[in-house]
Unconditional design. Structure first.
Length: 160
């Protein structure tokens, strides 16, 4: 007897960068990838927060420089409002200096833009807890907001 093994849910990623060519390149590269689903794009921090609410991504990939503020400000906002969301910062600048600043702002990691394609898959595999892959697909946004979710008569705090 043959059983269909369910395929793991893809990592849901929101891309945040000012440069359309860069975003288009990433979207094209990962278009047929079964592990990564690009759920949206944003050019500013404001657009990013709106799209996080709308798409509930597992991961936000954010440029260090945005037209309406720094990527560091966006990292702090995302980690404050959606503590369960993984945030990876990307930059063209001095990676050591920016990496330290990104981690202090709350980013889960920082990667050079030139390394995004080669490192993104392994980074999200490492950083996204397996249970979050189910939560985002089933519409359970509690992991994004840090809220507790109720199961029968018990309340299960986010993260337990």
């Amino acid at each position: 007897m043959e059983y269909d093994t369910p395929r793991p849910r893809p990592f849901r990623i929101l891309l945040v960068a000012e440069n359309d060519d860069f975003i288009d390149g990433l979207m094209d590269w990962f278009e047929d990838d079964l592990e990564i689903e690009i759920v949206g794009r944003a050019h500013t921090g404001r657009e990013a927060t709106e799209r996080i609410e709308l798409f509930c991504p597992n991961v936000v990939l954010v440029d260090a420089v945005l037209p309406d503020g720094s990527g560091f400000e966006l990292v702090r906002t995302v980690k404050d409002r959606w503590p369960g969301t993984v945030v990876i910062m990307m930059t063209f600048f001095d990676r050591i200096t920016i990496r330290g600043e990104a981690l202090l702002a709350g980013a889960d990691d920082c990667v050079s833009k030139s390394d995004v394609i080669s490192r993104l898959r392994s980074l999200v595999r490492f950083l996204v807890p397996p249970r979050d892959l189910v939560a985002s697909e089933t519409g359970d946004s509690s992991r994004l907001s840090g809220e507790s979710r109720s199961t029968d008569d018990q309340t299960v705090p986010q993260g337990e």
